[in-house]
Write a protein that binds this ligand. Sequence first.
Ligand code: HEC
Length: 132
Amino acid sequence: MRRIMVPAAALAASAMLAAVAGCTGGGTAGDARISATDRKEAHEIFQARCATCHGQFGRGDGPGAVALNPKPQNYADAAWQAKVTDAEIEKAIVYGGASVGKSPQMVPNPDLEVKPGVVAALREKVRSFGEQ
Ligand code: HEC
């Protein structure tokens, strides 16, 4: 019994460490927590909800951006990409701009609170626009 319990505990501990590292680490490509289904759903959500304001290519120039001040974040802005953390991006997506001290016109997506993989995939997508 004990011989089984010990490795199980060690495994759980290292899985937790990996999860913590995944939340704070800079590396986004190939994030193991994100499944193919998460990426597909994130892509659909981006087209349906985010592109209206942020634009098809994440430049902050969607049709809904015209009336907004401040403008939706341009994801290609290298200075913004360098200073924003993964945690802030994910928080802004789920709880809205106001939750991170930004414009409340960045709307919350409370339905995604229970879908951390999809939120991570959206964050990965936001990061990918900065790499073009
Ligand atoms: C109604 C328009 C609108 C929609 C829809 C929208 N956003 Fe935004 N978003 C904004 C605005 C405006 C800002 C800029 C806030 C500021 O600079 O104060 C912003 C900022 C952001 C930021 C930067 C937050 C930060 O801390 O710098 C991220 C990331 C973001 N949006 C992601 C998304 C994603 C992903 C979606 C779709 C799930 C989305 N947004 C949908 C308007 C929108």
